[in-house]
Design a binder for this molecule. Structure first.
Ligand code: MSP
Length: 522
């Protein structure tokens, strides 16, 4: 088996509320995974939860629960969320999985043996909420820290550090030589600017166990646990390792804790990851710290870190306290999953920030889904039923060249992961097909028996275009793609782009009765 196309999302803090931002990241990653499957590539899509840390420990204790039981319950919520979003993830990693913990320990043991770590006192301003030390750069003009950091306390303690400085130069060169390593371009420039103008500070990787027990113990200093990034970032490589990926096991297997054995699976072939999809707020961790950690571990670097923007609602930061939030689960319940998936991918290109408005959502639903796509499928199948008893007429290629161009352009956008451009191009084809109905007016031709052959031609062009649309739409709106195939009476799913070749519908084939895909809402 060839190496799989391996794509990941960030892993979400298990104690957070699943919201629009998480949903967006998961949906765009799902679309990318489905695109690669449709292109015939073996693909692996990973998502999961980030479960250790101060906040989880604090909340569990406050609720009188064992942190593990508390995480088990929350992880179930996140897994249910993934199902609600229709994700096609191949696995779901939890950082409290004992095998993940074992691989984190193997990495720590290896790096310690190599001399990558040292212990030193640390004094600083510490945000318990963000589990991070803050610097003067995090202060507001009036000298205070943003209330978003929660309680900020001064803390002095010994900790373990990861030596960074020796890694700065090669990383700059790597990013210069691999322009695709950080996307979009302006994010890459941001990372390069940061690396060229700052000296990387050593990364603090531990917390004393006395203060934070809900973490992975350092194998070489049991008074400490590793914290946040040395645990969370590792998930991308630990999951392949846990499932037997030989690239990961060859680099780390020797350092696994005593008694832990993982069976190699040479067929798996996941690492290195092809794309880490993340939000812009965690770019530095993914584009600077993570590659450096990997280099130290002896693992190849991922091909790309793809940073998306942040969503606001009505031009303002979403916040539970003000009630200004979009609850994706409620939207999906009210409007359907594919309406949600369509809106977020169509509204926001991967990169810039976006703004959710309920009115914008309703208007895209009405114009583009109900009147655009839904109407085209409905009218085409209804006319075939009324005029030809649902039997597909002889093949005719009037729209074939236009559809062929559209397919080629959509696939090109898909290859570049330009998801918004792909949807815009698909909808241009939908508009064209609706216009074709208005221009050729089959409902008029049907009244004139002398026009029977022309009517056959138009009907073939329409239903074949609908079929190809099902294939193009499927990675974005999987359920809609399947339903169009079902209404066309075609077995199986429209889940391979090679099905988008003109002429797939055989004359004599019988379609089903149309049912509205996106019922109109008033
Ligand atoms: N646990 C860390 C990530 C570790 S990855 C090794 C974390 N978790 S998070 O739950 O806070 O965020 C998860 C993802 O959701 C991040 O990529 C983040 O950028 C994204 N989003 C959170 N809020 C968002 C919006 N309002 N809009 C878009 N995405 C946002 O960070």
């Amino acid at each position: 088996m060839n190496k799989r196309f391996y794509v990941t999302t960030a892993i979400d803090y298990v104690n957070g509320q699943p919201h629009l931002g998480h949903a967006y990241e998961k949906v765009i990653t799902d679309v990318i995974a489905r695109i690669h499957r449709a292109m015939g590539e073996p693909t692996f899509f990973l998502t999961g939860t980030d479960e250790h840390g101060q906040k989880v420990q604090q909340t569990a204790v406050a609720e009188g629960q064992d942190p593990r039981a508390y995480c088990d319950a929350l992880a179930e919520v996140w897994q249910e969320f993934a199902r609600t979003l229709g994700l096609s993830n191949d696995d779901f990693i939890r950082t409290t999985d004992p095998l993940h913990e074992a691989i984190v320990q193997a990495i720590l043991a290896k790096l310690h043996e190599q001399g990558d770590f040292y212990k030193a006192p640390y004094r600083g301003w510490y945000s318990t909420k963000e589990e991070t030390f803050l610097t003067d750069r995090d202060r507001r003009p009036d000298g205070t820290f943003d209330p978003a950091y929660g309680e900020v306390i001064e803390l002095v303690e010994d900790n373990w550090y990861f030596r960074m400085s020796r890694h700065q130069q090669w990383l700059i060169e790597h990013i210069e030589q691999h322009p695709e390593f950080v996307a979009p371009d302006y994010r890459r420039n941001e990372v390069l600017g940061f690396l060229r103008n700052n000296t990387l500070e050593d990364l603090c990787i531990s917390r004393p166990k006395a203060r934070l027990s809900w973490g992975i113990p350092l194998p070489f200093d049991p008074d400490y646990v590793t914290y946040v990034w040395f645990d969370a970032l590792v998930n991308y490589a630990s999951l392949p390792g846990m499932r037997g990926d030989t690239v990961v096991l060859d680099a780390l297997g020797r350092w696994l804790p005593a008694g832990v054995r993982i069976e190699p699976n040479p067929e798996l072939r996941l690492w290195p990851a092809d794309i880490h999809v993340i939000g812009k707020d965690i770019l530095k961790f993914h584009a600077v710290y993570w590659p450096i950690m990997l280099k130290a571990m002896g693992l190849p670097l991922p091909r790309q870190v793809l940073a998306h923007g942040w969503w606001q609602k009505d031009g303002q930061r979403m916040s539970k306290t003000t009630g200004n939030v979009v609850d994706p689960v409620a939207v999906i319940r009210d409007w359907g999953l594919d309406a949600f998936r369509y809106y977020v991918v169509r509204e926001l290109d991967i990169g810039p920030d976006g703004n959710w408005t309920d009115a914008g959502f309703a208007s895209r639903y009405q114009a583009e889904l109900a009147n655009g796509l839904g109407n085209l499928i409905n009218r085409s199948l209804a006319m075939l039923r009324r005029y030809r008893q649902s039997v597909v007429p002889a093949r005719h290629d009037e729209l074939a060249p236009e559809v062929g161009t559209a397919v080629a352009e959509v696939l090109e956008h898909c290859r570049r992961h330009a998801l918004q451009d792909a949807l815009i191009r698909i909808w241009a084809l939908i508009d064209r097909a609706n216009q074709y109905i208005d221009q050729t007016a089959p409902f008029k031709l049907a009244k004139d028996p002398a026009q029977a052959e022309r009517l056959d031609q138009i009907l073939y062009n329409l239903v074949e275009t609908c079929r190809i649309l099902a294939v193009l739409i499927h990675p974005f709106l999987p359920d809609t793609g399947r339903r169009i195939y079902e209404q066309l009476g075609i077995e199986g799913a429209p889940d391979r782009f090679e099905l988008a070749a003109w002429g797939g519908l055989a004359p004599g084939h019988r379609t089903q009765a149309p049912t509205p895909l996106f019922p109109r809402r008033d």
